[in-house]
Design a protein around this ligand. Structure first.
Ligand SMILES: Cc1cc2nc3c(=O)[nH]c(=O)nc-3n(C[C@H](O)[C@H](O)[C@H](O)COP(=O)(O)O)c2cc1C
Length: 213
């Protein structure tokens, strides 16, 4: 059975624009694989604490300091990632970057000796690659001719996720949610078209939606 892991990062939960976009992605994945099991990992509500002192210490030493506390939470979150055949991350842009909830999740799952290793030529990811769909919502625009702000969210995710072996990243966005409703509807339509194109292109190779194993 295929498994979808949805990491939901907006404090607005299920009414969030990014959650809405993620739902559209998940619907298409489930059309492709109707029996796929879906896990919602909700972190936007602040339920995921920051990593603790032992965890931070282990990142700077040669061995893991403690198997309890946030190291245990980290292990559970990493196992959830490992089980997933594809991952959907729904996230707003906060202050040009990732919201703190998403950053806290990344601090848990990007762990030396567990999801990446350090070599002479740099960090090497240890997770098997699989598709990661990123559903972003932003009040203003961060890409295209109408962008009026820098974007530290997508470049960051493009750098950090490959660090743990996740290279197959697919970005979709609804930008400009602070604009008038007609423009928000246009932005949603734009995202819908991008999804349509992506999933139509992939029908020739359905496996492209899922981890190969
Ligand atoms: C703390 C905070 C910071 C924000 N910073 C930005 C920003 O830098 N750029 C932007 O375009 N929108 C920003 N926004 C607006 C959100 O990105 C926008 O409302 C988005 O649609 C929320 O998505 P959601 O409904 O999925 O939470 C910010 C919102 C909050 C709450």
């Amino acid at each position: 059975m295929k498994r979808i892991l949805h990491v939901s990062c907006s404090p607005r939960g299920e009414v969030a624009e990014s959650f809405r976009l993620a739902r559209r992605i998940i619907e298409r994945l489930q059309q492709n694989e109707p029996t796929a099991h879906l896990t919602h990992r909700v972190i936007g509500d602040g339920s995921l604490p920051h990593i603790d002192a032992d965890h931070a210490q282990s990142q700077a030493s040669d061995s893991d300091v403690s198997p309890v506390g946030s190291m245990a939470r980290s292990e559970a979150l990493i196992q959830e990632l490992e089980c997933a055949h594809c991952i959907v991350i729904s996230t707003p842009m906060h202050n040009l970057a990732a919201p703190s909830a998403l950053k806290a999740w990344i601090d848990h799952v990007v762990r030396v000796r567990r999801t990446f290793t350090i070599t002479r030529s740099g960090k090497v990811g240890l997770l098997a690659d699989r598709p990661v769909y990123v559903a972003i919502s932003s009040g203003g625009r961060f890409s295209g001719e109408l962008a009026r702000q820098p974007d530290f969210l997508t470049p960051y995710l493009k750098a950090i996720l490959p660090t743990i072996g996740l290279h197959d990243l697919r970005f979709f966005s609804v930008q400009g949610t602070n604009a008038a409703q007609e423009y928000v509807l246009q932005a949603r339509e734009h995202a819908e078209q991008a999804l349509q194109e992506h999933f139509t292109d992939c029908t020739a190779t359905p496996c492209a939606h899922w981890r190969k194993d």
